[in-house]
Design a protein around this ligand. Structure first.
Ligand SMILES: Cc1ncc(COP(=O)(O)O)c(C=O)c1O
Length: 372
């Protein structure tokens, strides 16, 4: 399995079952005490002043852009190598997504490409901390300050990772800029048993606005001060998340152990490049993604499937070549790094329950492909 949620659940079953039962007994299904408790515990864990829970990561991005007052026609710069949700909300709000290329080693947005894409209409930058490690936040914030832009961190894949500043201080990803977003989709590093998400900020006024927006723009019940949405975290999901939050660092450690096993197994295989660790971030390995060379990546995926090893392609098509996002501003060849990676990456199973036997089978199967 790419992600083994069943075995993980078995490990924590008594605690989870009791917590879900408690919510059902209380019937406080929406915005109950479980949501408040999880919110506070996550604030403490992240070292951030405000966590605003919402319904999913896509909404987290959307409400952040609404709360920052972005208006139709404003340009928002983001990466061409990400999950579609990042650009989707920009387009849905009538903003203009401006895509830029990534750095080949980290797969994260290239700060120099950001600066080249800035125009008088640019209002925000959305870096994505892809696959579990931080984008180059110091460089991005420097550009944002120079041009007076908002930075919205898409932290859906990197919750728990630390960004390490040049002076050695650390901050959790998602809490470095004015606002950060995360997803609690089941397969995420901190995943619930349905959909969930949250926004993080240290700005009191923005937090107040975000809390209103996620609840129909309401401060006092049935008095609506702004246009909002219905985007809340269910109490049952919050209860599950609170239990898993206590184990988040341990889970990251297990993911790192699996990654180290993969690294070692593939170190002498010339057709594979193992993930490069960015020296300004810890890695929480949402995905373990190899870059292949000199082989047909799809053949490797087929071979692994035939051996019962699931392997996924994140992502096969860059945003600028997605049918829904085709735009005369972009054509094939515009983002060479992204396009090259879309053709050559492959992600191996990565979760908290990988044992040595499974890791051995997966790595042997990968290496067998090259011996054929
Ligand atoms: C980078 C990125 N952004 C946004 C999202 C959207 O999160 P959700 O599925 O909770 O809406 C995801 C995950 O699905 C993601 O990986």
């Amino acid at each position: 399995m790419m992600v083994d949620l069943k075995s993980q659940y078995e490990e924590i079953k008594p605690e989870i079952d009791a917590a879900i039962r408690e919510v059902i007994d209380s019937t406080a299904f929406i915005n109950g005490p479980a949501v408040n408790k999880f919110q506070q515990n996550l604030e403490t864990y992240l070292g951030v002043k405000h966590v605003i829970p919402c319904a999913n990561g896509t909404d987290a991005l959307q409400v952040s852009m609404m709360a920052l007052g972005l208006k139709p026609g404003d340009e928002v710069i983001t990466t061409s190598f990400t999950f579609i949700a990042t650009a989707e909300v920009i387009a849905l709000l009538g903003l203009t997504p401006v895509l830029v290329d990534i750095e080949p080693n980290t797969f994260n947005i290239d700060p120099q490409a950001i600066e080249r894409a800035i125009t008088p209409k640019t209002k925000a930058i959305v870096p994505v901390h892809l696959f579990g490690q931080s984008a180059d936040m110091e460089a991005i914030i420097k550009i944002a300050e120079k041009y007076n832009l908002h930075v919205i961190e898409d932290n859906c894949q990197a919750i728990g990772a630390d960004y390490i500043f040049t002076d050695g201080t650390k901050k959790k990803t998602g809490t470095i800029s004015i606002v950060g977003c995360t997803s609690f989709f089941p397969s995420k590093n901190l995943g619930c048993y349905g959909d969930g998400g949250a926004v993080f900020t240290n700005d009191d006024a923005l937090a107040t606005k975000l809390r209103q927006i996620v609840n129909h723009g309401m401060t006092v019940r049935y008095y609506h001060d702004m246009i909002g949405v219905n985007s809340r975290l269910d109490s049952i999901q919050a209860a599950v998340l609170d239990i898993k939050l206590k184990r988040l660092d341990e889970y990251a450690q297990k993911r790192n152990q699996a990654a180290a096993y993969y690294d070692k197994a593939f170190e002498n295989e010339p057709h594979l490049k193992t993930p490069v660790r960015f020296n300004k971030s810890t890695h929480v390995f949402h995905q373990y993604t190899l870059v292949t060379n000199g082989i047909d990546r799809n053949k490797l995926q087929e071979f692994l499937t035939s051996k019962g090893v699931p392997a996924m392609i994140y992502y096969p098509v860059p945003l600028h070549l997605q049918k829904a996002y085709l735009d005369p501003r972009y054509k094939e060849g515009d983002f060479p790094v992204t396009e090259m990676l879309c053709k050559t990456v492959i992600s191996l199973p990565m979760h908290t329950e990988l044992d040595e036997e499974q890791l051995n089978y997966i790595t042997s199967s990968v290496l067998e492909f090259f011996k054929q």
